[in-house]
Write a protein that binds this ligand. Structure first.
Ligand code: 2F8
Ligand code: CA
Length: 264
């Protein structure tokens, strides 16, 4: 470059100087001198920069890790609290269920007792009803038949000789006393194996009627009486025959026939 001196004009001189500085800097960039090279070694080089970047990155990662840890711990704490609350709520519900279960068990046991009591009551009432039915049946079937100045009633159930007699007495009558062939034939017409008012309970072999009279005329079946001390009560057994009487154990349950005098 041609060097022109403008020393006479200070304005131009300044331009020149400035231009000269620019030119010098360009020259310094284009070809660094040895001193320049020394100055560059004091600046951080690329490796250092990378190291710094890595350090900053690691720092950031540590911060992120710490933040994650804290948030995880907070989440864990919150979840733990929530689970504890749920557990306590479940415990309360369970206590309620247990109490309800106890109540239901007691109610069930009480119902069992009631059912048992009711069953017993029903059984007793059923027995009473059957007894009443039987009594009603007896009373409606109380047909008294008139014959030769007496009324006769034949039972539809069976009793021992003594219970049979008691039944007749309750009806204002007594077991039948057979005094004649006609009355014997009349008794046979009931066609029932039944107690009559005859016994030898007091003295073996001495047969008497329930009115205390000794038996004078008898209608024993063939071979009877044969029971000795075991058979002390008399009945009409073989009603198909004229001679139909039998002696038998007084505790045997048989039908019976009551007699009530029309005009006692
Ligand atoms: O009728 C004959 C005979 O029949 C039974 O004995 C097998 C009677 N005894 C009883 O029923 C318990 C007898 O009294 C009776 O003589
Ligand atoms: Ca006999």
């Amino acid at each position: 470059m041609e060097m022109v001196s403008y020393d006479e004009d200070p304005e131009f001189s300044m331009v020149y100087e400035n231009f000269s500085e620019v030119s010098d800097r360009k020259a310094a960039v284009k070809s660094p001198s040895a001193e320049d090279k020394k100055g560059t070694a004091a600046e951080p080089d690329t490796g250092v920069k990378i190291c710094r970047l890595v350090a900053v990155g690691l720092g950031l990662m540590c911060i992120i890790q710490a933040a994650l840890n804290i948030s995880l711990r907070l989440a864990h704490f919150s979840l733990n609290n929530s689970l504890t609350e749920e557990r306590d709520e479940c415990k309360k519900i369970n206590l309620g269920i247990e109490a309800r279960f106890r109540n239901l068990t007691e109610e069930r046991d009480e119902l069992y007792r009631t059912v048992y009591d009711t069953t017993v009551i029903i059984q007793n009432l059923t027995k009473e009803r059957n007894e009443l039915k039987r009594m009603l049946n007896d009373s409606t079937q109380q047909v008294w038949v008139s014959f030769n100045g007496s009324f006769y009633y034949v039972s539809s159930t069976k009793k021992t000789w003594q219970d049979s007699r008691n039944d007749c007495l309750q009806r204002g009558a007594d077991l039948m006393i057979i005094n004649s062939q006609e009355e014997q034939n009349f008794a046979r017409r009931f066609r029932k194996y039944m107690w009559v008012g005859l016994n030898d309970k007091q003295t073996e072999g001495r047969w008497e009627w329930v009115n205390g009279n000794a038996m004078t005329t008898s209608y024993w079946s063939e071979g009877e009486p044969n029971g000795g001390r075991r058979e002390n009560c008399g009945n009409v057994k073989n009603f198909e025959y004229d001679y139909s009487w039998n002696d038998e154990d007084c505790s045997t349950s048989l039908f019976w026939v009551c007699e009530k005098k029309t005009f006692p």
